[in-house]
Design a protein around this ligand. Structure first.
Ligand SMILES: *Cc1c(COP(=O)(O)O)cnc(C)c1O
Length: 394
């Protein structure tokens, strides 16, 4: 049976060049990067080379890059560390209702510490409004976090405008760019951000490695305590192999982006058109054009997303409902709900995220195989029967 991986938004396979570079570190460079002898020095050198690659990829200076254990950790250090370091100036924070849980839950924990958080709403396509953001600003606002692009529906947010306003008012601005690095251009100067989070395993690098960009001169309160590594913000002996892996991954991701994103965009559009065109009562979630090139999120009315995903899995197709973090729980996606979808429509939603391995044949396969699965599930659905008979549903 054909196997089609359409869950690159959840994680990506590790690319060959990354594995090779990491294997070499594991087998040949075991020294502690903090040791000044001939075993430690090569490890330090590899870390600093990787730091330059990450910096280069996002238009930063290497001194502004801190390696972390994940994208989640980078988000937490920026948000919690940034808020705590500035609480004498004010206790008001702003974020959005569609953030990844790494960001949302960091803000929730700050609320318990006495910070006040405004959660910006989104429109029907998942975008925040700059005007609503401006209205939310207060004299005591100290930190703002708006994701570069949404991981579920692919909406790209107006981060440049929000960043510019924050800079003018000397408010710290963090953006979670885990989904955009290697997909669309990411430049910290254009975004006007003070912090930016990225992650290795979404760009064909290893899991368990991320990086935080922290603009020169910005201070945060450390969340951990120990050695002096990573400017004391991520103490603990560095994961040299993962750091090297991230460096190689990001270098390739950015170099191949123009061609690869254009290729994925074409495949994505064909997938969307194929599904919407062949199955009735379906809709695209998120914007048609201002979205991540590899993301298709489609609601298929009158069926359960979980049943759909399992049926697709049995035919070799790996997709997700909402985000990987919320699937498995029965709550519908907080992003789709915020976009105004009903509970039932949100439940019947499918996220397909394309990547390196995705081919024209994969797209054809999904378009061909999805319809019979949907037909079968709908044939068993009492809601579909009501809909067919024209009876009220909600
Ligand atoms: C995957 C993801 C994260 C978390 O990154 P990890 O490295 O898995 O911790 C954060 N934000 C967004 C938008 C993501 O897609």
């Amino acid at each position: 049976m054909r196997r089609v991986y359409l869950d690159h938004g959840a994680t990506t396979p590790v690319r060959k060049e990354v594995i090779e570079a990491m294997m070499q570190v594991h087998s040949e460079v075991f020294g502690n990067p903090s040791s000044i002898h001939s075993f430690g020095r090569p490890a330090r050198k590899l870390i600093e080379e990787a730091r330059e690659k990450v910096a280069q990829a996002i238009g930063a200076d290497p001194k502004e890059i801190i390696f972390t254990g994940s994208g989640t950790e980078a988000d937490n250090i920026a948000i919690i560390g940034g808020a705590r370091a500035n609480q004498k100036k004010g206790k008001h924070l702003i974020t959005t209702v569609v953030e990844h849980h790494a960001v949302l839950d960091a803000f929730k924990s700050l609320e318990k510490e006495g910070f006040e958080v405004t959660y910006l709403s989104v429109d029907g396509e998942g975008a925040v409004s700059v005007e609503e953001f401006q209205n939310a600003l207060r004299d005591d606002t100290i930190l703002v976090s708006v994701m570069h692009a949404n991981n579920e529906v692919g909406t790209i947010q107006p981060v440049e405008e929000i960043g510019k306003i924050c800079r003018e008012r000397k408010i710290l601005f963090h953006t979670d760019a885990v989904q955009t690095v290697g997909k669309v251009p990411v430049n910290v100067k254009e975004i006007n951000c003070d912090f930016l989070a990225l992650s290795g395993h979404k760009i064909y690098g290893p899991k368990g490695i991320g990086a935080l960009y922290m603009r020169r001169g910005v201070r945060v309160q450390p969340l951990y305590h120990g050695g002096g590594q990573e400017r004391k913000l991520r103490p603990g002996t560095e994961n040299v192999a993962n750091i090297v892996g991230l460096g190689v991954a990001i270098e390739h991701a950015v170099a191949e982006m123009p061609a690869e994103s254009a290729r994925l965009e074409k495949l994505r559009d064909r997938l969307i058109e194929g599904v919407l065109g062949s199955i009735e009562e379906t809709r695209l979630n998120g914007p048609r054009t201002k979205r991540l090139p590899h993301n298709a999120n489609i609601s298929i009315e009158y069926i359960e997303g979980e049943a759909l995903i399992l049926s697709m899995d049995m035919k070799g197709m790996a997709v997700s409902s909402g985000s990987a973090c919320t699937s498995g729980s029965l709550d519908p996606s907080h992003v789709l709900m915020a976009m105004g979808l009903t509970h039932t429509t949100a439940h019947g939603s499918l996220r397909m995220t394309l990547g390196h391995s995705t081919t024209d044949e994969d797209v054809d396969y999904v378009i061909t195989e999805l319809k019979p699965i949907v037909d079968k599930l709908r044939a068993m659905s009492p809601v579909w029967e009501r809909f067919q008979k024209g009876l009220p549903i909600h």
